[in-house]
Design a binder for this molecule. Structure first.
Ligand code: GDP
Length: 295
């Protein structure tokens, strides 16, 4: 709850301030609320839709008291966030999870947290270091592996990422792992190469194990606001993303971006990152999230 305080300030407290002291619900209030949503990175389209529904509800319910708008907005935003099934698609064993995203969004950290999350729930987890583009990426993953007590399958820097994925899958089977989480490169400046690389990894995994990868998790950085949406489009066109992890929701006022993700992308948010620590990853629960923002 603490971790959402900036987004709370940027969105909910702004809404509260707009409403307090008002006597009537009028057009200028609607406009200011709309601006507050857009300003909190909810996204223009989603903000307009929310406001349209708000107007309709106010009319239907013949509301006159501006104070009623806050609970109504909470309800609409909760609906907008969806029903929130954060459980992962499973298969195998092992369940194979490919983790994709641009460098710096928190991909490696998220993989470490995910490994910890499932390990503490009794699963046998293995990591695959298929970001072979940077030696630092392999090192970082190993550091996380040691920190949470899971092994990492790796090759040398510059080797074929699909070969790492293949070896990691063989190792996961041989060691009877429940889950294999594979890191991938995130260099965006050579975009087409990266997308081809991801497709090749997918092909290799799918050939070896039916249904694999069972999840393609896209890691997005909440502090980039609406830019996260365009990144998501790029990756989902190329790799068929099945779930989103939205990181760095702590300390950003731009967390409103989460509200529009479902409408804009039709991909469920499965986890949220709320800090740098190993336990700072939570399954995304829309009701709890909205309540944490509003209550
Ligand atoms: P990668 O390049 O995508 O693998 O990014 P990293 O995992 O190395 O993370 C980049 C930076 O973001 C690091 O300093 C992480 O500690 C930080 N980070 C990752 N996730 C979160 C989060 O949920 N909250 C905060 N505050 N920082 C995060």
């Amino acid at each position: 709850k603490e971790s959402l305080s900036k987004t709370r300030q940027g969105l909910v407290e702004k809404i509260e301030n707009l409403i307090t002291g008002r006597q009537v619900i009028d057009e200028s209030l609607y406009e200011e609320l709309e601006e507050a949503l857009i300003g909190a990175d909810v996204g223009v389209e989603t903000s307009l839709e929310l406001m349209e529904t708000l107007r309709r509800r106010v009319k239907e319910q013949k509301l006159r008291d501006p104070a009623r708008l806050k609970p109504l907005l909470q309800e609409l935003i909760t609906d907008e966030l969806g029903t929130g099934d954060s459980s992962l698609n499973r298969g195998g064993p092992p369940t194979v999870i490919l983790v994709v995203g641009v460098n710096g969004v928190g991909k490696t950290t998220t993989i470490g947290k995910l490994a910890y999350y499932y390990k503490t729930r009794g699963e046998r987890v293995l990591l695959g270091a298929a970001d072979t583009f940077r030696a630092a990426a392999i090192d970082q993953l190993e550091i996380w592996g040691r920190r949470v007590g899971v092994d990492v399958i790796k090759h040398r820097e510059g080797s074929d990422p699909a070969a790492v994925a293949y070896d990691a899958l063989q190792a996961a089977r041989a060691r009877k792992m429940d889950m294999l989480i594979i890191d991938t490169a995130g260099r965006l400046h050579t975009k087409s190469n990266l997308m081809e690389e991801l497709k090749k990894i997918r092909r290799v995994l799918g050939r070896e194990l039916s249904g694999a990868p069972h999840e393609v998790l896209l890691v997005l950085d909440a502090t980039t606001g609406q830019n996260a949406i365009s990144q998501a489009r790029l990756f989902s066109e190329a790799t068929g993303v099945t779930g989103i992890v939205l990181t760095k929701l702590d300390g950003t006022a731009r967390g409103g971006v989460i509200i529009g993700i479902r409408r804009m992308l039709n991909i469920p948010v499965k986890f949220i990152g709320i800090g740098e620590g190993v336990e700072d990853l939570q399954p995304f629960n829309p009701q709890e999230f909205a309540a944490a923002l509003f209550d």
